[in-house]
Design a protein around this ligand. Structure first.
Ligand code: PGA
Length: 250
């Protein structure tokens, strides 16, 4: 694994954008695995600004997002389809027909998971998967448990995730309690992984994921077994690693 330390959120976002743009420049028709949440927003903003300057071209890029809430329409402001349009797709020249987010309104959720697994197998899979990490160590919505979920599936959100994401909703009751998520096997099949981590509330998850044992109780710990992972973490997120290892890790 490669670790880039960033001073703060802005620095992390810029470094992450450097890595994604290198992928897009080297392979203009790449498939990007994309993530939602507060962590990648700054990186998307940076990518938009480089696109506006003429330095990036998304016209041939294909994207596959990690997850979506069950029961939210694409135009619901809390849906991840809305998030992606609002934070990236509406501002660059990506062809929306080439952008994929699970359909949380599908009548047959299992059929939707199967369709998504089919998409993941097309075009040689994902070239670069962008990930954030949950405070409980989840990636996508693969929550801590007794086993790793393999492929796309419907999961029940844990209390930790409901608490973390309740800020976006009018009330916890208004929040979907289920989501469709890409599975761990699908994430692990990406050719490369870019994990962005910012803030002290992620310090424990980051330490447990990469300096602890590989266990489904900390889903991101499986990334220790992937041979092309790049972590961009800011100083606040690295605080516990520094403390436990006794020196700033570079
Ligand atoms: P966040 O979420 O970027 O909003 O912190 C990350 C995640 O839960 O995976």
């Amino acid at each position: 694994m490669k670790l880039y330390r960033a001073e703060n959120y802005e620095h992390m976002s810029r470094k992450g954008a450097n890595i994604v743009s290198a992928q897009v420049i080297m392979k203009p028709d790449c498939t990007l695995g994309l993530a939602t949440g507060s962590t990648p927003v700054g990186m998307y903003r940076q990518l938009i600004s480089w696109y506006e300057k003429g330095d990036l071209d998304f016209s041939e890029v294909r994207s596959i997002n990690l997850d979506e809430y069950v029961g939210l329409k694409p135009d619901d402001k809390n849906s991840y389809r809305y998030f992606m349009n609002d934070n990236l797709f509406d501002h660059v020249n990506i062809d929306k027909a080439n952008t994929h987010v699970p359909n949380g309104m599908a009548g047959d959720i299992q059929a939707e998971c199967d369709r998504y697994n089919g998409l993941l197998r097309q075009n040689g899979g994902i070239d670069m998967q962008v990930l954030g990490i949950g405070r409980n160590g989840h990636i996508g919505f693969n929550e801590p448990g007794d086993a790793f979920e393999k492929e796309t599936c419907c999961i029940a959100l844990t209390q930790s995730t409901l608490d973390a994401n309740a800020r976006y909703f009018d009330s916890v009751d208004a929040m979907p309690h289920k989501a469709i998520t890409m599975g761990i096997k699908s994430i692990m099949q990406s050719k490369s992984i870019l994990l962005l981590v910012s803030g002290e509330n992620k310090a424990e998850a980051l330490y447990n994921s990469f300096w602890g044992p590989v266990t489904p109780k900390v889903p991101a710990s499986i990334l220790q077994l992937h041979n092309n992972v790049t972590i961009v973490a800011d100083d606040a997120a690295m605080a516990l690693v520094d403390k436990k290892t006794g020196q700033p890790v570079r």
